[in-house]
Design a protein. Structure first.
Length: 113
C-alpha cells in the first residue's frame, strides 16, 4: 500500500503564508494533517522557516522619497509623528486584512526608489 503524500510542493509553497498569519508549527501540522516533526523536517529540507520573523526596532524599511514626503505631510496634518502614522496604518491593514486592497494585487509592485 502506498502512502499518500501530504506535503506536496504546492502545499509547502503555502506554508510561509501560514507562518506569516501567525500560525505555530503545531497549528500548521494539524491543519495540513501531518505530524509536527514531519513538517519540521520537510520545511527544513525545502528551506522554509517555521518561525515567523517579526520586525524589530532598527530593521530598515525602504520607502521612496515621494512616499516619505507624503507620510511626513499627512502625519503633520493630523498632528502625529511619521512613525506613529506608519504604525497605525500597518495595525489597521493587519487587523482588517486590507493587504490586497492596499496593494492592489492586480497591479505589479513598483520597486522603492
Amino acid at each position: 500500500m502506498t502512502r499518500r503524500v501530504i506535503l506536496t510542493q504546492q502545499v509547502l509553497a503555502g506554508i510561509p503564508a501560514l507562518v506569516a498569519q501567525g500560525l505555530r508549527k503545531a497549528d500548521i501540522a494539524k491543519q495540513l494533517g501531518c505530524r509536527e516533526d514531519t513538517l519540521q523536517v520537510r520545511c527544513s529540507t525545502a528551506g522554509i522557516s517555521l518561525s515567523g520573523r517579526k520586525l524589530r526596532i532598527g530593521d530598515p524599511l525602504k520607502l521612496s522619497h515621494k512616499a516619505m514626503v507624503g507620510l511626513r505631510e499627512r502625519a503633520a496634518s493630523i498632528g502625529c509623528s511619521e512613525m506613529q502614522l506608519v504604525s497605525d496604518l500597518l495595525e489597521v491593514i493587519s487587523r482588517d486584512n486590507l493587504y490586497d486592497a492596499v496593494l492592489d494585487v492586480s497591479a505589479p509592485m513598483q520597486p522603492a526608489e
